[in-house]
Ligand binder design. Structure first.
Ligand code: AHR
Length: 499
């Protein structure tokens, strides 16, 4: 084990921007155990009177979950939302090829969000659905008048749900999506849907399914850009094979830790080139290091539930996930001028941050990163310059990649001046010393450092070892008033708080 050195120069007078708290959002899809047996489990001794798991709600409140996107995902592109309100009948879900119990629909989703304290963000069916279906959904949720508002009242919900965040479609550019579209088809559908949805409720903010592709965005935004507020992009960087196995080890993952940032910059440049930088923001509304396992998705073989179960195993999700997640969030903070929302995918189970079982939950390493960032970083992004050494890792196919060892973002509470400095050491074995300069004669006596780490890069949490990876908190004794040095252990994520 050896030590390397980095320098973080902070310029406290210069603020790069303010983050939108919605970058700490989550995503919930009708898939495997996310809803049924996940957040929604009527009959469980752990559920409340609405059937929602109390332990899940408490965990999501703890990480101040600001927004939840629902109901898909690929699921939504044939989702008949009108069958998911009022009287319910189970139906066949053509995305995941299972029977959808259909007991969790719009009203249940909104109630769940309200219990969590999160904004509901509804993704519409732009695969088999029409502009009319989409705008009827807005009517059902937000209006006081008209047929669909009357339906909502008849279903027992007198007050409008007031859903302010909506997305037109999910990955409609992809061949895997039901009702996939060409860019031209997509542009017309988006234009007409946006027009009708905003005529129903002009307050809503609208996102559209997009991708970091110049042609797609040029075609769609030229036609409909003026009606929109967000472009949605997605990313998963370590796919599960059809056997449910993640093929990438720690080095492979670390080699990709800054790829989300490349994707953000790519879309930012596209928005800039098209003249939309000040109007549209990026909603990275599905993201996770790990992709989901859904065998035979692109073929017509049977859906294999045993393999989906294997994808739910806690040992799959370790410190590598935590380090990658911190780098992703740092990228959003750095690009707070353009990234306004991100939704970790999904809320529970599959590859999510929380695992539910009959008698409780397990918080996976990624959960603790959300805990660190939502509870201990602040709104302002203070300008800083980081000089970090790099190290070589062997990435996919044996190629050598140079990776920056330390990543850092300086945040500050504009009211109190309290600071939260994120420090991510990506190295699997070596500690790094970070010299922090530029805070002048600030009193450092109340410094606290909170670190997410574990015994090795493979450390994970499970029912019988719930805290193998958790947040360790230490009060620091910094007796100088000038520059000081912090040691960041290998494969760790820390937030240094200065009050
Ligand atoms: O693998 C899960 C799927 O990933 C989501 O349904 C879809 O939106 C994304 O491609």
């Amino acid at each position: 084990m050896s030590k390397s050195h980095a320098v973080l120069d902070i310029l406290p007078e210069h603020v790069d921007g303010c983050r939108d708290f919605m970058i700490f959002g989550h995503f919930l899809e009708h898939f495997h155990r996310q809803i049924y047996g996940g957040v929604y489990n009527p009959g469980s001794h752990l559920s409340d009177e609405n059937g929602f798991r109390r332990d899940v709600i408490e965990a999501l409140r703890r990480i101040k979950t600001p927004v939840i996107r629902w109901p898909g995902g690929c699921f939504v592109s044939a989702y008949p939302w009108k069958k998911g309100v009022g009287r319910r009948v189970p139906y066949y879900d053509k995305a995941w090829r299972v029977e959808e119990p259909n007991t969790f629909g719009t009203a249940e989703f909104v109630a769940f969000c309200r219990e969590v304290g999160a904004e509901p963000f509804i993704c519409t069916n732009a695969g088999t659905g029409s502009p009319e279906d989409m705008s009827d959904w807005v009517e059902y949720c937000n209006l006081e008048i008209g047929e669909w508002a009357a339906r909502r009242r008849a279903d027992g919900h007198g007050e409008p749900f007031d859903v302010l965040y909506w997305s037109i479609g999910n990955e409609n550019y992809g061949a895997w999506e039901m009702g996939a579209k060409t860019a031209d088809e997509w542009a017309r559908l988006v234009l007409e849907s946006a027009k009708m949805m905003k005529r129903v409720d002009h307050r809503i903010e609208l996102a559209i399914a997009s991708t970091p592709n110049l042609d797609w965005n040029t075609t769609v935004l030229r036609e409909a850009g003026d009606m929109l507020d967000w472009v949605s992009i997605h990313g998963y960087w370590s796919g599960a094979s059809d056997e449910g196995v993640f093929e990438k080890g720690y080095d492979n993952i670390i080699a990709r830790a800054f790829e989300p940032e490349e994707r953000i910059v790519n879309v930012k440049y596209i928005l800039g080139a098209l003249g939309y930088l000040d109007k549209l923001r990026i909603a990275f509304d599905e993201w996770n290091l790990r992709g989901w396992c859904h065998p035979n998705f692109m073929s017509f073989g049977a859906a294999d539930h045993a393999l989906m179960d294997a994808n739910d195993i806690n040992s799959n999700y370790n410190l590598a996930d935590a380090v990658f997640t911190a780098c992703f969030l740092n990228s959003c903070l750095r690009h707070c001028d353009v990234v306004g929302m991100a939704n970790f995918s999904p809320v529970v189970n599959t590859v999510g941050a929380i695992f539910t079982h009959e008698d409780g939950i397990v918080t996976r390493p990624t959960y603790h990163i959300f805990d660190l960032y939502t509870n201990h970083t602040y709104e302002e992004i203070v300008h800083s310059a980081l000089a970090s050494p790099s190290f070589d890792v062997l990435a996919d196919g044996g190629s050598c990649k140079s990776v920056q060892q330390l990543d850092a973002v300086v945040t500050r509470d504009p009211t109190t001046g309290n600071m939260g400095i994120t420090l991510v050491n990506l190295h699997g074995e070596n500690t790094i010393q970070c010299r922090i300069r530029g805070l002048g004669r600030r009193d450092l006596s109340g410094a606290t450092i909170r670190t997410v780490n574990g015994a090795s890069v493979d450390a994970f949490n499970d029912v019988d070892q719930p805290e193998a990876v958790s947040i360790e908190e230490r009060t620091l004794v910094i007796d100088s008033f000038g520059d000081f040095t912090i040691e960041c252990p290998a494969h760790s994520v820390s937030v240094l708080n200065l009050v």
